[in-house]
Design a binder for this molecule. Structure first.
Ligand SMILES: Nc1ncnc2c1ncn2[C@@H]1O[C@H](COP(=O)(O)OP(=O)(O)O)[C@@H](O)[C@H]1O
Ligand code: SF4
Ligand SMILES: [Mg+2]
Length: 336
């Protein structure tokens, strides 16, 4: 079966332009302070129709950048993104022009993502109305139906966002995304700003909708517990690259990459049964200047000489389980 979403060799570089002082310094012979952020490097992933792929990694590893490229908000610097074989965006004067309404993104902050002056019914119907997804006469019924689906009273359509709690606003954001009848949802830290008990309710709603509607989704989170709960497969990212990719249960029961293992050894969040990222020995290197070879080598207890010069490719450790580590291919001299 061919994938619904195909991410092929995607890289993203951001240029950080020098400020005035740096430009003046450069004009009189100082260094050029223009810097390049290596946000994503050579990411290849696919998502089958009906599948939920979890994307996990520490802050700054490129998760949101990937979500935005998949959603057609950014163009990649290299590589391609297709949905059902068609590009999601094209380059128009250096900016991305979105070519599809079939990818809908749900963001972290339910407070920022809804217009405070627009009634939620209108917020939900705006997209379908604009893109003529639903005949005008059916819009009200659609809004009521969607509110019901996300567990809200249909009569709430006439209310403004400030009348809702954080969890309810995230339900509204989900209803707004579903209104476009998308092929793919991109959820970027969709429950991160909510209290743990509310997180569980919104995650359960997502699972319920998934069952009913057969949703396909990219589920981005820094929280290993949240991702485990909802994903079929999980991709672990480190400094802009995918370092491990496997069915969720395999990642959690038999992690292979030294970075993934270090994550699981990190401290659970007290009283919640969940694990978030906690500092692993050593600093995360800067994406302005990623280490050569395996980007994890400055922090890896197994790093050998090859790791410092050669980037490990994501290669199979078992069927359906990819690991980007020289240990996997038997090619590392273990450090003493
Ligand atoms: N628009 C942007 N301009 C410059 N740098 C950016 C931009 N967006 C993200 N970055 C940088 O790219 C890297 C990856 O960021 P991001 O994708 O937001 O990571 P995550 O979502 O995993 O925390 C970070 O170093 C971040 O500072
Ligand atoms: S390639 Fe080397 S440095 Fe990188 S994770 Fe594997 S053993 Fe560690
Ligand atoms: Mg992010």
């Amino acid at each position: 079966m061919s994938a619904l979403l195909q991410i092929t060799g995607v890289s993203k570089r951001f240029t950080r332009h020098p400020n005035l002082a740096e430009r003046m310094l450069h004009a009189v012979g100082g260094p050029d302070a223009t810097q390049t952020v290596h946000a994503l490097t050579d990411v290849t992933l696919e998502v089958a129709r009906g599948e939920v792929l979890g994307i996990v990694g520490e802050s700054g590893c490129g998760k949101s950048t990937l979500g935005r490229i998949v959603s057609g908000i950014y163009m990649p610097s290299a590589g391609s993104i297709t949905l059902d074989g068609k590009p999601v965006a094209r380059d128009r004067g250096g900016a991305a022009e979105k070519l599809t309404t079939q990818v809908q993104m749900i963001h972290q902050d339910p407070f920022a993502s809804l217009n405070p002056r627009i009634k939620v019914g209108q917020t939900i119907s705006e997209g379908p109305h604009h893109h003529r997804v639903v005949p005008r006469a059916q819009v009200d019924t659609m809004v009521r139906d969607l509110l019901g689906r996300v567990g809200l009273e249909p009569s709430y359509a006439g209310r403004l966002p400030h009348q809702f709690s954080g969890g309810q606003r995230q339900r509204i954001a989900i209803a707004r995304a579903l209104a476009m009848n998308p092929d793919l949802l991109v959820l970027d830290e969709a429950v991160a700003s909510l209290d743990v008990s509310i997180q569980a309710q919104v995650l359960n709603l997502f699972l319920e909708l998934r069952r009913e509607l057969g949703l396909t989704a990219l589920f981005i989170s820094h929280d290993l517990g949240v991702v485990r709960h909802v994903s079929d497969r999980v991709a672990i990212m480190y400094l802009g690259r995918v370092v491990e990719l496997a069915p969720a249960e395999r990642i959690y029961n038999d992690p292979q990459h030294p970075y993934t293992r270090a994550l699981f050894e990190s401290i659970p969040v007290l009283g919640t049964g969940r694990r978030e990222f906690h500092p692993i020995k050593g600093e995360i290197p800067s994406p302005l200047n990623p280490p050569p070879g395996c980007a994890f080598h400055p922090r890896c207890p197994h790093a050998g000489p090859r790791c410092r010069v050669e980037v490990p490719a994501l290669s199979p450790a078992a069927p359906g389980h990819g690991v980007a580590c020289h240990l996997n291919t038997g090619g590392v001299e273990l450090a003493a």
